[in-house]
Design a protein around this ligand. Structure first.
Ligand code: PGA
Length: 251
């Protein structure tokens, strides 16, 4: 079985509902049957409406950017997997570096969130990646290995086979600095080997590993053509239908 190619757009806290609907419609319009799977991670308030826009479109899915690890109850301001599922969400981003950094989400909580997402029947896009200081010290592989061990490697083989991984070096997110294709390939290869050691070669070879961090139309082709890079998680450039569509078609 070959790996699923994915280009996911992470809109973060951007767009009003009208702007989001317009963006989603133009992305859908430009989509072609042989494109990789396209995922739009829109703000919570947009998910139902954008779910309606992509409904029936093959190869386009909607994602949430976060969820609670709790199923329901007195957790003011949180959103549950049941709520997300009820509006047609298929994927949930877990452990984006902005969640880790600004909202202090640690590996133990992210392991719980992953369980909750899988338990609901949705699929996690689990983010990992190192800050600049860790990269400079040459400890990036160790850092990511810890994130995977503590956040994901408690899963059974069957559960793990549903997970999409996004490697996003923090120093490349929103900075305009992209990891070089060689740096991306090096880490993706290491991540695949970590998975192989834990779950075996078969699962490792079919796990989708996305690269994220300043992916743009100008650099997407070079990054996506690396053997262990299976697409991208795109922030800034996913807010332009033109740029995002170019990235989708980059491979
Ligand atoms: P960026 O964000 O493409 O704007 O660097 C990527 C991400 O945060 O997923």
């Amino acid at each position: 079985m070959s790996r699923q190619l994915i280009v996911a757009g992470n809109w973060k806290m951007n767009t009003t509902i009208k702007e989001g609907e317009k963006l989603a419609k133009s992305i859908v319009k430009k989509a072609k049957a042989n494109d990789p799977l396209v995922i739009m991670a829109a703000p919570f308030t947009h998910l139902q409406s954008i779910g309606g826009i992509v409904k029936g479109e093959k190869g386009i899915e909607v994602a949430a950017q976060n969820c609670s690890n709790e199923l329901k109850g007195a957790y003011t301001g949180e959103i549950s997997v049941g709520m997300l599922k009820s509006v047609g969400v298929k994927y949930v981003i877990i452990g984006h570096s902005e969640r880790r950094q600004y909202f202090k989400e640690g590996n133990a909580l992210l392991a719980k969130k992953t369980n909750t997402v899988l338990g609901s029947g949705m699929l996690p896009i689990f983010c990992c990646g190192e800050p600049l200081s860790v990269r400079k010290a040459g400890n990036h592989a160790r850092h990511v290995s810890k994130q995977l061990r503590e956040g994901l490697f408690h899963l059974t083989k069957k559960e793990f086979s549903k997970v999409v991984i996004a490697y996003e070096p923090i120093w490349a997110i929103g900075t305009g600095v992209t990891a070089s294709p060689e740096q991306a390939q090096e880490m993706h290869d290491k991540i695949r080997k970590m998975i192989a050691r834990k779950y075996g070669d078969k699962i490792a070879s079919t796990t989708t590993i996305l690269y994220g961090g300043s992916v743009k139309p100008a650099n997407a082709k070079e990054i996506f053509s690396q053997p262990d890079v299976d697409g991208g998680l795109v922030g800034g450039a996913s807010l332009s239908a033109t740029d995002f569509s170019k990235i989708i078609k980059a491979r």
